[in-house]
Design a protein around this ligand. Structure first.
Ligand SMILES: [Zn+2]
Length: 240
């Protein structure tokens, strides 16, 4: 569950990222009256199994069972705000059709690691940002040089606007805020994030220096290519 809007005293609409239907809106009525299992399943960030009825284009809960409610997210404001940010990205981009399986996997795995303190939050944020963009068809080319087409194995220059790299030989020296010099460690990190299987995706470390560069690239890539600033991102940044 990625978003909710309360209606009156006992009802709410929730947006749910699903495996097969993209993001759908569900009308949850009388949460005070029905059993608490349904209510736990319909809370923010809960991963749940829903049995739904559809009437006049609107989904209603028949029954619901929480699988994982990621309760640790609620104990830490930084974690909560990062989870809110990735939820906003999903809710902004993913429509109510198409196959959401990989995005659901990415979202759930990232929530798991945010919740469990197993990886630095900044690394998780970068992983989500670039992998999410790749999954929705906006993958940057961080592999070959845009000019000579060689596979780049040294520090390169990344144009965030264009989502392409130039090798050091071909780089024309032009600079602005959208051109970042990318050390090899960061280039490898970007490639790993884009290409890894989900079970290996989170299994790498980078130095705090490299993380800083990676963060600035992945975040700017999101803002430029989705053509939008996110309130949840601004809030996350204001508290870290
Ligand atoms: Zn080149």
């Amino acid at each position: 569950m990625i978003r909710e809007r309360t209606v009156g005293e006992t009802s709410k609409f929730i947006d749910v990222l699903t495996e097969n239907l993209g993001v759908i809106e569900i009308n949850v009525r009388g949460c005070k009256k029905i059993n608490s299992k349904n209510c736990a399943a319909a809370q923010l960030f809960a991963y749940s199994r829903f049995c739904l009825n559809k009437r006049k284009g609107m989904y209603y809960i028949n029954s619901a069972e929480p699988i994982n409610i990621f309760y640790k997210l609620r104990t830490d404001l930084q974690k909560l705000s990062l989870a809110s940010y990735i939820s906003e990205l999903v809710s902004y981009v993913v429509g109510n059709e198409g196959n959401g399986e990989n995005i659901l996997k990415l979202f759930l795995n990232t929530l798991h690691f945010i919740s469990n303190d197993e990886r630095p939050l900044e690394l998780l944020k970068s992983i989500f940002e670039i992998r999410f963009m790749s999954e929705i068809g906006l993958m940057p080319n961080v592999f070959t040089c845009k000019d000579c087409s060689e596979y780049v194995v040294e520090a390169a220059y990344f144009s965030i606007n264009e989502g392409i790299i130039s090798c050091a030989n071909c780089y024309d020296g032009y600079t602005d805020d959208n051109i970042k010099k990318v050390p090899l460690s960061v280039l490898y990190a970007l490639r790993h994030i884009i290409l890894s299987e989900f079970d290996k995706l989170y299994n790498f470390k980078i130095s705090s220096e490299s993380q800083e560069i990676l963060s600035s690239i992945t975040e700017q890539y999101i803002i430029i290519h989705l053509e939008r600033n996110f309130n949840t991102l601004n809030f996350y940044k204001s508290i870290v």
